[in-house]
Ligand binder design. Structure first.
Ligand code: CS2
Ligand code: MG
Length: 402
């Protein structure tokens, strides 16, 4: 069996996606996601110029060997561009293998460990009361877990506050939007939001919050401690994690569960965090961390330390990643939760998929493979549009972490 072609498809049905379609000599094809928000075309070039030529003629059944070939063979290891390109190939190959076996991917991975994948939705509002109402709407939709982000008095554009109720799209401009960040205002406000949410909705809903890398470790420790009475499911990306040791300081000050990893590329980014038990949830995901082959390795390592998965699932992860993640989540023994930010109808139309939402849970469906396809004719009607994520500065103009 041979790979006869591999095509990179760029489309912008509301936002940009990069998709790889691998075709075999036996008529079976597989689809993988290679989207890197705000830096999409670098992965297109990496794939077209440097990966696709190496794939032609290879046996698509040798998933592990091809993964190692692309990882070790590049000499230059890791990084978001390389690892997304590898992920796209890997996911397309798992799709092919599962289709050939006539099985949904979760069956090929080892079968179902659960009946459904608990997801969390994104509730946000311009101020505290709007956010409280938004959480209520998610509860009405059946969600068991909800991430709450709110505008902060005195901060003009806080992270996570969208326009409209179901969709939030941060990559919103042809050049980066400049935002201003004020840590003191945020730290004073955030506990009040969760205090109010517990007053209104009681102890039952699982509540999550994303700090989006804005705090120093000691500030994160203070926030985690202040949030303890409100029983968060997790506090996410409390501080940047290049220095994994930073989380030790947070851990020393709070029992609020910690989640991190949406920008991690490999097991090396999370090794110390996991083996020192400095986190509770690892948020690496299929497209960011080298596909099913590598994420499985991260999850198995995390299981040794009772760290559970919490895959990133924002809208910049295409339906191909979402579908694949749901198969992964259905199988992985140490599953925690899955992020679910709904795609727009335009996006869903370009990527027909087998997964569905019911009562707070997503189900991957039983189609052979990962169950997500791409409508190439429709995709061609949505040409690429440059779109950047915002940047953040402190009030005195200093660059900060968005
Ligand atoms: C976020 C994302 O979903 C999340 O938890 O941190 O919205 C993130 O900002 C985007 O994926 C960036 O592309
Ligand atoms: Mg996040």
């Amino acid at each position: 069996m041979k790979i006869v072609s591999a095509k990179v498809i760029v489309t912008c049905p509301g936002r940009n996606f990069v998709t790889l379609k691998i075709q075999t000599d036996q008529g079976v094809y597989g689809i993988g996601d290679a989207t890197l928000n705000g830096r999409e075309l670098s992965v297109v070039s990496y794939l077209e110029d440097h990966v696709v030529p190496c794939l032609i003629g290879k046996d698509p059944r040798r998933i592990e060997d091809i993964w190692q070939y692309l990882y070790r063979g590049a000499y230059w290891r890791r990084g978001p561009v390389t690892m997304r390109a590898i992920a796209a190939v890997d996911v397309a190959l798992w799709d092919i293998k599962a289709k050939m076996a006539g099985m949904p991917l979760y069956d090929l991975l080892g079968g179902k460990s659960r009946d459904g994948v608990m997801v969390y939705g994104h509730a946000n509002g311009a101020d505290l009361e709007e956010t409280v109402d938004a959480v209520g709407r998610y509860i009405d939709l059946g969600y068991k877990a909800i991430r709450a982000q709110s505008g902060v008095p005195g901060i003009e554009m806080a992270y996570g506050v969208g326009r409209g109720t179901l969709h939030y799209e941060p990559a919103d401009a042809a050049l980066p939007t400049e935002t201003v960040w004020d840590t003191r205002k945020y730290l004073n406000f955030a506990p009040k939001l969760f205090e109010r949410l517990r007053e209104v909705y009681g102890p039952e809903p699982r509540l999550l919050h994303d700090v989006h890398h804005r705090l120093t470790p000691i500030e994160a420790g203070r926030l985690g401690k202040a949030l303890e009475p409100f029983d968060l499911f997790w506090m996410e990306d409390a501080t940047p994690a290049e220095n994994q040791e930073a989380f030790r300081l947070i851990r020393q000050h709070t029992t609020t569960p910690l989640a991190v990893g949406e920008i991690f590329n490999t097991i090396w980014d999370c090794k110390d965090l996991i083996q020192n038990q400095l986190i509770d949830y690892i948020r690496a995901t299929i497209v960011g961390a080298g596909g099913v082959t590598h994420l499985r390795r991260i999850a198995d390592f995390a299981a040794l330390y009772q760290v559970r998965t919490g895959c990133h699932g924002a809208t910049d992860l295409s339906p191909v990643t979402m579908g694949t993640a749901l198969h992964f989540d259905t199988w992985v023994p140490n599953f925690g939760i899955q992020e679910y930010m709904r795609h727009t109808e335009e996006t869903d139309a370009v990527f027909p998929h087998a997964y569905s939402f019911a009562d707070g849970f997503l189900h991957p469906g039983d189609a052979p493979g990962h169950g997500v396809d791409i409508d190439e004719d429709l995709a061609a009607k949505h040409p690429y549009k440059p779109a950047y994520l915002p940047v953040a500065r402190l009030t005195d103009g200093t660059m900060w972490n968005w």
